[in-house]
Design a binder for this molecule. Structure first.
Ligand SMILES: O=C(O)C1=C[C@@H](OP(=O)(O)O)[C@@H](O)[C@H](O)C1
Ligand SMILES: C=C(OP(=O)(O)O)C(=O)O
Length: 420
């Protein structure tokens, strides 16, 4: 791995940046298409490590996922046991086990070294309550084996999803194919990332699945057919974060075409968040535009619902002129890395003034200097490092390639934004 010298911006950025498809939508649509009653076409899917791993996992289980130009055509087949590589993808390690439970045969799951530290036990226990045999050697983590019998009883399942909303999404996505459907009841601290659950419910309803989410912390999926539907994937709004933030850092202007007028993506919250930090923001039917005004104000925000935006926002806070307090994000300790520890360590290494709290970060203004920014294989840590490099001489990002988890050719896109 060679260090990547993060380019310094020598002038205001003025660019239009096309952002590829949403990871969260692509991987939900792949799972639903695999469980549907007929083939589906997914147009403009994200092609990145996490979605290639999802396609690979479904293919391993017997599903046909074919390239058709830039689209994917998914044809459901009889599911059989397999070996699944989850990489570091939360969506693969959480969404595929309930699918494997419907397969005929055993499926062995394992992933990157750090994936073995990510929370899984609440989902594995929930699967057991739904009648699935899972062998994890008592660890509650990867690697584990799901012993598929071709059907899942389902029914009432109680789980604690405070560590990840993906536990809920995983069981909802496959739930219609369980004999009794599924009634999920969350017990515990609040579930993070609510928009991601709303996204799951929305894609299920579009596929004709009956979902009742009227009662807080309880979701009911009726047993029935998942209908094949063709879909066009929206741009990944969370992946727009570093580019939009570049407008603030350089007092420039960045435009993201195809920003949806209405969406369940968590990244849509960026519009309000960068406005709170002093940017001018406007949305038309063509694009979202963010203009930096020269001032980056501090951010005091509960990011519980939009935790995946934290690394870039924290980097922006480190460049702001006041004290920022980011809260509601204890669950980030179970993301690609412990993001609270990683951000505190790396910002401090560059001269930042950062304190970890129980559920977030306090970031005070400080003069930053160059240094090596470690990404911990976390795509969003790497893009946060790139953002700091725009304003600080001599920032070296250790592993820019890990951005390929959700965004192909981030480095090329970043340079093109600066050269535009
Ligand atoms: O369902 C999804 O697609 C996601 C849910 C969220 O996970 P958590 O609830 O674990 O934060 C989010 O952070 C992740 O990037 C994607
Ligand atoms: C938390 C994230 O990913 P994952 O889907 O692997 O959980 C993320 O992309 O910020």
């Amino acid at each position: 791995m060679t260090d990547w010298p993060a380019p310094r911006a020598d002038r205001a950025v003025h660019a239009t940046v096309e952002v590829p498809g949403s990871k969260s939508l692509t991987n939900r649509l792949l799972v639903l298409a695999a469980l549907a009653d007929a083939p589906s076409r997914i147009t403009a899917p994200l092609r990145a490590r996490d979605t290639d791993l999802m396609a690979g996992a479904l293919r391993a289980l017997g599903v046909s996922v074919e390239d058709s130009g830039a689209d994917w055509v998914v044809a459901p087949q009889r599911l059989h046991g397999a070996t699944v590589d989850t990489g570091l993808a939360g969506t693969v390690m959480r969404f595929v086990p309930p699918v494997a439970a419907l397969a005929h045969g055993d499926t062995v799951f394992d992933g990157d070294e750090y994936a073995r530290s990510r929370p899984m036990h609440a989902l594995l226990d929930a699967l057991r309550l739904a009648g699935v045999v899972v062998d994890d050697g008592g660890t509650g983590r990867l690697p584990f084996t799901v012993r598929g019998t071709g059907s899942v009883p389902g029914g009432v399942v109680e789980l604690d999803a405070s560590a990840s909303s993906q536990f809920v999404s995983a069981l909802l996505l496959a739930g219609a194919r369980f004999d009794k459907g599924v009634e999920l009841r969350h017990v515990g601290k609040p579930v993070p990332s609510q928009p991601h659950i709303e996204m799951t419910v929305a894609v299920l309803r579009r596929a004709g699945v009956e979902v009742d989410d009227a009662v807080h912390n309880r979701w009911l999926v009726a047993p029935g057919t998942i209908c094949a539907v063709d879909s066009v994937v929206e741009p990944d709004l969370s992946n727009a974060a570093p580019f939009l933030a570049a407008a603030l850092v350089t007092a420039g202007e960045v435009r993201i075409p195809r920003w949806p007028a209405a969406t369940t993506q968590a990244g849509d919250a960026l519009r309000g968040l960068v406005a709170l930090m002093g940017a001018e923001v406007w949305l038309t039917s063509e694009a979202l535009t963010v203009r930096g005004t020269g001032r980056i104000g501090p951010l005091v925000a509960d990011l519980h619902d939009v935790g995946e935006l934290t690394p870039v926002l924290a980097a922006l806070c480190a460049l702001s002129d006041g004290e920022s307090r980011l809260s509601g994000i204890a669950h980030l300790r179970g993301h690609e890395t412990d993001r609270l520890a990683a951000l505190a360590t790396e910002l401090t290494r560059l001269g930042g003034d950062v304190t970890q709290t129980d559920d977030g970060l306090t970031i005070r203004p400080a003069a930053l200097h160059g240094g090596r920014w470690q990404s911990y294989a976390d795509h969003r840590m790497a893009t946060a490092g790139a953002l700091l490099g725009l304003a600080v001489d001599g920032v070296l990002v250790d592993d820019i390639a890990c951005t390929g988890k959700t965004l192909p050719d981030f480095a090329g896109r970043w340079l093109r934004m600066l050269d535009a």
